[in-house]
Design a protein around this ligand. Structure first.
Ligand SMILES: Cc1cc2nc3c(=O)[nH]c(=O)nc-3n(C[C@H](O)[C@H](O)[C@H](O)COP(=O)(O)OP(=O)(O)OC[C@H]3O[C@@H](n4cnc5c(N)ncnc54)[C@H](O)[C@@H]3O)c2cc1C
Ligand SMILES: NC(=O)c1ccc[n+]([C@@H]2O[C@H](COP(=O)([O-])OP(=O)(O)OC[C@H]3O[C@@H](n4cnc5c(N)ncnc54)[C@H](O)[C@@H]3O)[C@@H](O)[C@H]2O)c1
Length: 491
């Protein structure tokens, strides 16, 4: 089909999650005529079934844990009574309070036309929309951004249809019906979702088994991080089965309980559960809206170039659909590139900068990472030095009863240039921001060391790890000379 001569919109955005919302906002801010199409709830995964509900649940679990450990601070409290409907109310109310940030009203005020409906690409420039309110519309866009997100991976395990399995998309509605936290809960997959929910539900009273195929939890993290997380989860009562692969399921006749059959190096084993949550990764949502017909997919995936362009340069993708990182902040980061390249790419285009991608896992203690990890450096044969600081030494961590974890910084040998940072600590996601900023601005550990950090704060840990680096790189000859100099001055 030939490129049309006229278009209804400068840009059409499909999907109002983080990637779509930010793309639409940026397009409107530079005065483009933009339409944003969403078939479900505004805010997508993060607001409705992802970050927001999971972090609200984690907060409730933390409160329960604080009550249980209050005696460490001389405050005797009885075992907390978990009002599970109250927990789920906090989850729901958190979503409701944040909803206005992503609402149709807010985006309309920002100059975005929002259409509630299901979009389909019918040719490279035309999007047909089945309106939620009934009826159809058709729009032609000069550029189109696909921001349709991802969905939980559900492998075809034999017997899966005999159990009422849950995913991050379905668990919130199901658990909103329960009077108590599920009794025997299996979390299948020891990645971000599995670890966060395993700890939260254990704290809320479930007997949790966390199952991971790899030999360690959070296989994408530094080995020491995985080890510390495993110890922390086990110390709270999570039953960990790493090196165990799910094979098949079988459900009881009334579907009230199920059995998960597992395989490990020693043979086969079983776990019985009341509820099972599949947290086995999320795959790009590519089906059912015309990508196949336009031949945009390869092996079911949507290939994009460094500018987020598909095979058709005016059709771009952002967020979980595009990958490779599935984070809300990455969706927002890519959205800028998708919007700018979509609107101005034939004049000037920008390759997405993936050089510095921080992330955090919101367990306790928190895990945060940026840049190169030690195992990655080894795999890629990159020379590095490691400097550590253990949190059990930090005044603020000690008084707060949070004296566990570490900061590990990888630097260029002999230089203070930071290659990567892994933190396991209370508020690790906040602590790492200083390193992300330093790396982005090309500042090394010397600059962090020479910055005043307020006493007593957790952020002093950043300065202390820089101090450890400095001590290890002290100019030894100069110090020997100074020793002689001072002896001479004493007479
Ligand atoms: C349990 C959980 C916890 C998480 N916690 C965090 C966290 O703490 N921090 C973090 O950074 N990330 C977290 N994430 C990941 C984060 O939620 C995603 O990376 C982010 O939401 C991706 O945004 P997106 O815009 O790419 O996709 P989505 O938010 O999935 O948005 C896609 C939207 O497109 C719509 N859509 C799809 N097809 C069509 C169509 N044809 N027509 C119209 N509309 C369509 C969908 O309805 C959806 O609303 C978490 C995820 C989960 C599941
Ligand atoms: N704090 C955050 O930023 C946050 C929180 C939750 C989710 N997320 C995003 O959502 C994405 C999806 O999370 P996720 O936890 O579902 O995926 P994940 O990819 O992080 O983890 C899935 C885990 O399941 C394991 N696995 C796969 N098949 C298995 C099998 N048959 N048996 C046992 N284990 C198996 C994998 O080895 C892997 O460790 C993440 O990649 C992340 O980007 C982010």
């Amino acid at each position: 089909m030939r490129k049309p001569k006229k278009f209804d919109r400068n840009i059409i955005v499909i999907g109002a999650g983080a990637a779509g919302l930010v793309s639409a906002y940026i397009s409107a801010a530079v005065k483009a005529k933009v339409t944003l199409i969403e078939s479900g709830n505004m805010g997508g995964d993060c607001l409705n079934t992802g970050c927001v509900p999971s972090k609200a649940l984690i907060k409730c679990a933390r409160v329960a844990h604080s009550a249980r450990t209050a005696s460490n601070f001389g405050v005797g409290l009885p075992e907390p009574k978990i009002d599970f409907p109250g927990v789920m109310r906090h989850v729901r109310e958190s979503i409701q309070q944040i909803e206005p940030h992503d609402s149709v009203e807010r985006y309309s005020d920002l100059g975005v036309e929002v259409i509630k409906g299901y979009a389909r690409l019918v040719d490279p420039w035309t999007v047909d929309i089945t309106l939620n309110s009934g009826g159809e519309r058709s729009l032609r866009g000069r550029a189109i951004i696909l921001a349709t997100g991802a969905e939980p991976t559900v492998p075809p395990f034999p017997g899966l249809d005999t159990v009422n399995y849950l995913t991050s998309e379905t668990l919130w509605d199901r658990f909103a019906q329960l009077d108590t936290a599920p009794h025997r809960l299996v979390l299948l997959g020891g990645g971000a979702i599995g670890c966060e929910l395993a700890q939260a539900f254990t704290r809320l009273g479930s007997r949790v088994t966390l199952i991971e195929r790899d030999e360690r939890l959070l296989p994408q993290e530094d080995h020491e991080v995985s080890k510390t997380v495993s110890l922390a989860l086990e110390s709270e009562g999570v039953r960990l089965l790493t090196g165990h692969e799910a094979v098949s399921f079988s459900g009881s006749e009334d579907r009230r309980e199920g059995i998960l059959n597992l395989r490990n190096a020693e043979g086969e084993t079983q776990v019985t559960f009341d509820e099972v949550i599949l947290a086995l990764g999320r795959r790009a949502r590519t089906k059912g809206f015309g990508l196949e017909k336009l031949d945009l997919l390869q092996d079911g995936k949507l290939p994009t170039d460094a500018f987020l362009r598909t095979r058709y340069p005016h059709i771009l993708a952002a967020g979980d659909l595009a990958g490779p990182f599935q984070f809300t902040h990455m969706a927002a980061h890519q959205a800028w590139y998708a919007a700018v390249n979509g609107l101005f790419g034939d004049i000037k285009k920008f390759a997405v900068d993936y050089s510095l991608v921080p992330w955090a896992i919101f367990i306790d203690p928190e895990v945060a990472s940026v840049g190169l990890s030690e195992h990655e450096a080894k795999q890629r044969n990159i020379a590095y030095e490691v400097t550590r600081y253990n949190l059990d030494d930090l005044d603020r961590a000690i008084v707060d009863g949070a004296a566990r974890g570490f900061i590990k910084v990888l630097t260029v040998p002999g230089k203070d240039k930071i290659l990567g940072v892994s933190i396991v600590s209370e508020n690790a996601a906040e602590l790492i921001a200083e390193f992300v900023f330093a790396m982005k601005q090309g500042l090394g550990l010397n600059k962090i060391l020479s910055t005043i950090h307020i006493y007593p704060t957790m952020t002093e840990a950043n300065k202390f790890v820089a101090g450890n680096w400095k001590r290890a790189h002290a100019p030894k000859r100069l110090l020997r000379w100074l020793e002689v100099f001072h002896r001479w001055r004493r007479g």
